[in-house]
Design a protein. Sequence first.
Length: 529
Amino acid sequence: MELNDEINRRRTFAIISHPDAGKTTLTEKLLLFGGAIHVAGAVKSNKIRKTVTSDFLEIEKQRGISVATSVMTFDYNGKRINILDTPGHKDFAEDTYRTLTAVDSVILVVDSAKGVEEQTRKLMEVCRMRATPVMIFINKMDRDGKDPFDLLEELEQELKIATCPFTWPIGNGVNFKGVYNLYRKSIQVYSPQKSNKSEILINSTDIDDPKLREHIGQKMINNLWEEIDMVSDLFDSFHNNLYAEGYLAPVFFGSALNNFGVLELLENFLEIAPHPLNAAAHERLIKPSEETFAGFIFKIHANLDLNHRNRIAFLRVCSGKFERNKLYYHTRLNKKMRFSSPAAFLARSKNTIDEAFPGDVIGLYDTGNLKIGDTLTEGEMLHIKGIPSFSPEILKEVVNRNPLKTKQLEKGVRQLTDEGLAQLFIQQPGNRKIIGTVGELQYDVIKYRLEHEYGAKCDFQVLPFVKACWITSQNKKKLNEIIQRRAGLIAYDKSNTPVFLAESDWMLKIVKEAHPEVEFHSTSELLKE
Ligand code: G4P
């Protein structure tokens, strides 16, 4: 197959949601359609996590939450689908944000009864920042939820995105019967009993189909036509370019658990979702169809095997063809590297692959050369951008509990923060190590992993800061001035960029006013723009 055909058939995306909205259940149903798994019966979400997602970390098993981000690949109707899984727990939000740099679009799952929730809002902000195309699946229509019109209004207002319903629910709660596809003008009515393989009772483009009346009754039919008339009055029709630019979200209704409306979602998604897009490097734009290979690392799992201390770096292919055993150029280290056993992730298993194409995500075994954000090419000096660190909201100092293991602690803290689990800031004098995260749970994970993987013990001392902002200025003198005047509130990140540690939002405001020539950034990526 030609490179362009390989690119055109790929869809690389993430399913994102506030925890419990049904992300895992929807992922599972998509995998069932793709034949990637064959589990009959409603599968519990934690069960599917164990069988489908990678099970790399001991801690993941122990806690039963998906700490790791993994990839699920399958083929459906000639398309190659790469779903990048994101951790459901909000404390691992940064991991999710980073994964969003490696996808071309997202499916956002919303609970029909809860509507927009905290994580929905935050995830959408990240999508907006990157102009990622968003498709929305309103889930749990089998439960008594909000009115669909109210939900769409809420989505538009809270998420600041225009919506365009593609399907419309026929009834809701116990009376949820199926969906009407507004574009294909077709009706799907499902079997009423809860089952994993929901049966489609009616799949028709004939709105006068007598079976329809038999199954849903005249009253519901009348109601549906009334609502559909309202939809066409209230909503603009679909424009692919508005969707592609992240301004307009096609909306689908359904019930992932009952497999209602999921096939509609998948088939429409494959039709309109973008194939691999251009990647922006600091030097130039990279097109997927370029002959030469380029890709970047967006995720690292360290210490897969404690005896060998290896790690796996997840690389997204951006252009050309990646080939096993070929020499590639690591642009940050200015060095050549060869990968003898790159892995692809086919549902449950990892397989060594010989080649990969734009949109694919592969795992590269590494002994410490690769970091999040690194670019690999065939020789050109490129640095792919868009892998930000986000301003942490919780900051704690690392306190060594075993002075004999100081070296191990140092190494562990460096390596775990290289993985992107948390951010490391150093404050002088005294080389104080401050760990910044967006969630409390990461401290437990770091403590556990330092102990089990590095044999080091530590405690975390809470610091009175609520935010760390990167600071820059065109005026070197002014930057030095704030660094000297606020020395107790300044630390440095791993690349030696100064950060300001704010004790409160109010205090941050005062300091910003006092130093008008200094810029305060809440993501590290902005520094390089
Ligand atoms: P998440 O990954 O977004 O966190 O959500 P997950 O799929 O784990 O779903 C959260 C809960 O919502 C699960 O119930 C799941 O069964 C349920 N759920 C998902 N989709 C639907 C739906 O369409 N309708 C209804 N009624 N429920 C749905 P649980 O009780 O937490 O777990 P389980 O024991 O049922 O697996």
